[in-house]
Design a protein around this ligand. Structure first.
Ligand code: AVI
Length: 324
């Protein structure tokens, strides 16, 4: 196993997450300041993201849920019963049960880097599926993960909903898709399947609104990163002089979230000093959007052959079944 006995969060003597500090300092030293989006998800960030998924403007969660509900017969037919469903990420209380109900699996293996989320969602699931063996694995799925012995003899279906793949630049996305192949046993002669959600390119105004909602929840989600840096890394970033901005980058087919300085500012993080000119930004997230061809190409580059694709009724979001 690549995942046994490894401490996933490495804290220093002051209880500071070393990886968080290293990522933030490295990102703030760059000419285009940037902080990786994975650091959004502390407790408050996860709560805010949950609220985002319920916003009128944020269509991806509703659209994907619609597909999972409407296409259960097709999944059942193409995937067949008796597989181990390996979910990359700890699972949503809505989407995961829809898939499990549709395909009659023999086991469910949620993988997540956060043991707390993992245990919470595994416990919730066990209630609704009392006869389904659940094997939670605390692991970083960006690398190959060793699966529990009990599921080794079973055929696997990887599940990666939410278009989380879109939060990675293509190079990282390809690495992840290849790690998934390895985790699911493709390199050992198995023929796993992957069911993956990928958000589509569409009218830029629709995209922009989804990431800059009227109520300001996405803005609060973005700003929470500043609060987290100030709290956990002894930062002095003047939050009142930063503004949330979401832009569509057409060349790279992605929505970008930034924090824009509304005046010249200077601040410190972990004792190191930084400054920003008015209008300068910290780039906090990419959310790549796909066309049919770009989605297929990404999957192929990651070692997966697309088998079938489904869209919601407004053709905003896609769920793709691929084989290794
Ligand atoms: C988790 N991820 C797929 C979301 C997205 O749409 O890229 C994160 C998010 N950021 C702002 N709103 C939602």
């Amino acid at each position: 196993n690549t995942n046994s006995g490894i401490a996933l969060v490495d804290l220093d003597e002051d209880g500071v997450d070393r990886a968080f500090r290293a990522d933030v300092l490295k990102g703030l030293r760059q000419r285009q300041k940037a902080v990786p989006a994975r650091w959004f998800y502390d407790e408050e960030g996860s709560r805010l993201f949950e609220r985002i998924t319920q916003l009128d403007e944020y269509y991806p969660t509703r659209a994907e849920t619609e597909i999972l509900e409407a296409r259960s017969d097709a999944f059942a037919e193409l995937v067949g019963p008796g597989r181990a469903v390996v979910e990359f990420g700890s699972g949503s209380s809505v989407k995961t049960p829809l898939l499990l109900k549709a395909i009659d699996p023999a086991a469910y293996v949620p993988l997540d880097i956060s043991g707390d989320f993992l245990r919470m969602s595994a416990a919730a699931l066990a209630k609704n599926f009392p006869d389904l063996p659940v094997y939670p694995v605390e692991a970083d799925f960006m690398r190959r993960v060793g699966l529990p012995q009990e599921v080794e003899p079973l055929k696997k279906l990887g599940f990666f909903p939410g278009s989380t793949i879109g939060n990675m630049v293509p190079r990282t996305a390809v690495d992840l898709l290849r790690s998934m192949r390895a985790t699911l046993g493709a390199d050992d002669g198995e023929s796993p399947l992957l069911l993956i959600g990928m958000d589509m390119v569409k009218d830029h105004r629709v995209l922009q609104a989804a990431y800059a909602d009227a109520e300001g929840v996405t803005g609060a989600f973005n700003m929470n990163l500043v609060a987290r840096i100030n709290r956990e890394l002894g930062g002095t970033i003047p939050a009142e002089s930063l503004e949330h901005k979401a832009i569509w980058n057409d060349k790279l087919a992605r929505v970008e979230m930034h924090l824009v300085a509304t005046r010249d500012i200077a601040f410190a993080v972990s004792g190191e000093e930084f400054s920003m000119r008015s209008g300068e930004t910290i780039h906090t997230e990419n959310s790549h959007k796909f066309t049919r061809r770009s989605a297929n190409l990404l999957l192929l580059a990651g070692g997966w052959t697309p088998v079938k694709r489904w869209l919601d009724h407004e053709k905003r979001f896609s769920v793709i079944l691929a084989r290794a």
